[in-house]
Design a protein around this ligand. Structure first.
Ligand code: SAM
Length: 388
């Protein structure tokens, strides 16, 4: 057997036990196949490399089940690890070998095909590469939702379809809980708030109920409609027809118009744009103009390191398999050092930084994860050199 001809396990293979089943997982590709004890023994014997015919013969009496799911329609948090229930009947022998190869848990041993698979996509529908998480969501939106209502994807995985409440899970028990604790403790009566990229106005309305005078701005017309419908009586909402026109929409407000500018789950989008430096710089120039003396920018944004990190272990004590920091593969949100660089370039200084904890009412999975790892970064910023 030449080394290049043989098939070996993925270089990142993790074998773990979940609910008394053995799972082969690759945290890089987020592929998972459950196998019986026989197959596990074969993996141990041949995993460093063997020809296809040896694998097929050795697996003849072994069973396996595909456990990979990618269904962001169920919510980012349904299982960020991508490990689901068994799919279909058991797969045996040569078919199990082919399943393990198709899911890249077994790979040509020289590793070249695997390394190539992790390269960026050539186009949105490129089937030959894994792509970032956002690429995969893009493919899902095009193929399964046909982009009819692309805003619906992120909206409905966070909110009930009517936009009136947040679905149970980390958005409710970490993001919203922290928001309510933090801003509920402040005196906001008459404070002027700009909720930048307000979405359906849920958080703009929470500011308004605390007594603030709120303007929400967003580029999604459907979400602005929903915001007006649900909360138009307590806050005002401004739709901007496209992202390129956001700067001029902000420029229409007088200098010093706001005491607080709030961003929730939006800076990640801007910071990941190819021209992020220019976009953020234009935006922050407007923000510094719009902030009244002593004003603050608050950001409640997904933690670039841990937000959708792949989890293993028991639900009540998960461990994280951290596949990336600066060199991003899953590539969902910026690291906080990148956020700091973009904000500093825009003339802002960090005045507060908190890792939000989960509500005591959180489900065990959310609570256990948020107790151990940052899910969101909360930060407060002031204009550098401004008087407090
Ligand atoms: C993930 S949602 C978050 C919405 C809301 N802040 C919340 O916490 O529910 C991101 C929002 O950013 C808006 N958005 C994206 N790019 C934008 C831009 N350049 N300017 C203003 N809004 C933008 C989207 O329409 C969407 O409503």
């Amino acid at each position: 057997m030449s080394v290049a001809d043989g098939f070996a396990t993925s270089p990142y293979l993790v074998i773990h036990r979940k609910d008394n089943a053995w799972i082969l997982s690759d945290p890089m590709t987020r592929e998972h196949v459950e196998v019986g004890a026989d197959a596990l023994a074969v993996i141990g014997a041949l995993g460093s490399g063997a020809e296809a015919s040896r694998w097929e013969a050795a697996l003849a009496n072994s069973a396996g089940w595909l456990r990979t799911v990618f269904n962001p329609g169920q919510g980012l948090w349904s299982d960020p690890t991508g490990l689901g229930e068994r799919q279909g009947d058991d797969v045996r022998g040569a078919d199990l070998f082919r399943l393990l190869c198709a899911r890249r848990l077994l790979e040509p041993r020289d590793g070249r095909a695997y390394a190539d698979y992790l390269q960026p996509l050539a186009s949105v529908l490129d089937p030959a590469h894994l792509g970032s998480f956002n690429d995969r969501v893009g493919r899902y939106l095009i193929r399964d939702l046909r982009l009819k209502q692309s805003w619906r994807w992120w909206h409905d995985q966070k909110f009930t379809p009517d936009g009136l409440s947040i679905r149970p899970g980390p958005y409710k028990f970490v993001h919203e809980y922290f928001f309510d604790q933090y801003f509920g403790a402040k005196s906001l009566s008459g404070v002027r708030v700009l909720d930048f990229a307000c979405g359906n106005g849920h958080f703009a309305a929470r500011f308004a109920r605390l007594g603030a005078k709120v303007v929400g701005l967003d580029t999604a017309p459907e979400l602005i409609d929903l915001a007006n419908q649900n909360h138009g009586s307590i806050a005002s909402f401004e739709g901007v027809d496209k992202p390129e026109n956001v700067t001029s929409a902000l420029a229409a407000h007088a200098p010093g118009s706001f005491d607080i500018i709030y961003m929730g789950d939006v800076f990640l989008i801007l910071a990941m744009l190819p021209d992020a430096d220019a976009v953020v710089s234009d935006l922050l120039a407007q923000f510094t103009r719009l902030l009244a003396p002593g004003g603050r920018i608050y950001m409640l944004e997904p933690s670039g390191i841990f937000w959708l990190a792949s989890r293993l272990g028991p639900e009540e004590a998960p461990v994280v398999v951290l596949t990336e920091y600066r060199k991003m593969l899953y590539n969902v949100a910026p690291t906080f050092d990148r956020v700091c660089r973009l904000m500093a370039q825009g003339g802002l200084a960090l005045v507060e930084y908190v890792h939000p904890q989960a509500s005591p009412a959180a489900d065990p999975s959310t609570k256990a994860f948020a107790d151990r790892f940052p899910m969101w970064d909360f930060s407060a910023w002031m204009v550098r050199g401004a008087n407090d």
